[in-house]
Design a protein around this ligand. Structure first.
Ligand SMILES: [Cu+2]
Length: 159
C-alpha cells in the first residue's frame, strides 16, 4: 500500500473506532415480554431493551418446570406449567446478558439459553465498520490499482 493511503486508512479507522455516535434520545419505556419456555428453548430467545427501560418478563412454562436467570443482573425466577412467574427490573446495565434455565429440565437443559440485549450494540457497528475498511484497504493495496473507483470495483468483485 502506498504511504499516503496508509495515513488516510488510519485516520478513517480511528474515526470508526472512536467517533461518538449520535445517541438516540429514547425516553425510558415500559417493556413487557412474555417468554414461553419449553424443552429446550425460550420463545422469544432474544430480548431487547434500551438503557433505563422498565422491563417485565413473564415466564410461562409450557411443559415442565423451567427457570430463567439473567446473568449479570442477578435475577432469577422459576415457573411451573400453568403458573407464569414475573420478573420486573430496570435495565440499568448495558450490554448482552445471557438468559439460562435454572431448573434441570431434561438432557438438553444446558443448551436452554437466550439473550438480553440492553442498548445499541455500538461495538458491533464499529467492528463491521473496521472489517469493511480492512476489505477496502486490501483491495486498494493490490498492485496496479489506484484510486477510489478501482477500489470500489475490486470490492464489488469480492462480493
Ligand atoms: Cu432447563
Amino acid at each position: 500500500m502506498k504511504n499516503r493511503y496508509w495515513i488516510v486508512w488510519m485516520a478513517v479507522a480511528l474515526l470508526v473506532m472512536f467517533a461518538p455516535l449520535p445517541t438516540r434520545a429514547a425516553p425510558p419505556q415500559e417493556r413487557f415480554y412474555r417468554v414461553e419456555a419449553s424443552q429446550f428453548e425460550y420463545r422469544p430467545a432474544i430480548l431487547k431493551a434500551n438503557p433505563g427501560d422498565r422491563v417485565t418478563i413473564e415466564l410461562a412454562a409450557l411443559d415442565v418446570v423451567h427457570g430463567l436467570a439473567i446473568d449479570g443482573y442477578n435475577l432469577e425466577t422459576t415457573a411451573e406449567p400453568g403458573q407464569p412467574a414475573r420478573l420486573t427490573f430496570t435495565a440499568d446495565r448495558s450490554g448482552a446478558f445471557r438468559l439460562r434455565c435454572t431448573m434441570t429440565c431434561g438432557n438438553l437443559h444446558p443448551f436452554m439459553i437466550g439473550k438480553l440485549n440492553v442498548g445499541d450494540n455500538q461495538l458491533l457497528w464499529r467492528a463491521s465498520g473496521l472489517a469493511f475498511l480492512a476489505a477496502l484497504a486490501g483491495a486498494a493495496s493490490r498492485p496496479g490499482r489506484e484510486g477510489l473507483a478501482s477500489i470500489l470495483q475490486a470490492w464489488r468483485r469480492q462480493r
